[in-house]
Design a protein. Structure first.
Length: 149
């Protein structure tokens, strides 16, 4: 995995995250500071399946998918901080202090900024935020656990 200011494209992302379409929600990794923070983006397009039902005539990206993309971004931090990243699976364990501040709609480019707060054995706690054009769309504390594959 590239670190520092490097950019990770979709094929490189798929080598790290186990998610696949339609649930892979990160299009590009912009930065990874190993074991500390990561920045990624998602290009939100009108042809995404969830817009068919959420909501006809007023398409909004579901909040749970914004949080999922944020959690996927956290995966790059854990990957960079783990000795044998292919031997573990990072699973969503909880969310705290989640707030949605502004809607995400087709045509938006969402930037996900995540940082590692602490680890306790298999528990990882991250802070994350999603922004569109510099405006906060969502923020949350994300808890994840590792398990062996």
């Amino acid at each position: 995995m590239e670190t520092g200011k490097g950019i990770m494209n979709l094929e490189e992302i798929k080598q790290i995250l186990p998610h696949r379409y339609p649930f892979l929600l990160v299009d590009r990794v912009l930065e990874v500071e190993p074991g500390k923070r990561a920045r990624a983006l998602k290009n939100v397009t009108g042809n995404e399946a969830f817009f068919q039902g959420h909501f006809p005539g007023y398409p909004l990206m579901p909040g749970v998918l914004i949080i999922e993309a944020m959690a996927q971004t956290c995966g790059f931090i854990a990957h960079s901080a783990t000795e044998n990243p292919k031997g573990i699976l990072l699973l969503f364990a909880g969310i705290e202090n989640c707030r949605f501040k502004s809607p995400v709609v087709p045509g938006d480019q969402v930037i996900f900024d995540t940082e590692l707060v602490t680890t306790k054995r298999t528990l990882w706690i991250f802070n994350g935020k999603a922004t569109v054009d510099g405006k906060l769309a969502a923020q949350a504390e994300i808890r994840m656990v590792t398990m062996e594959r």
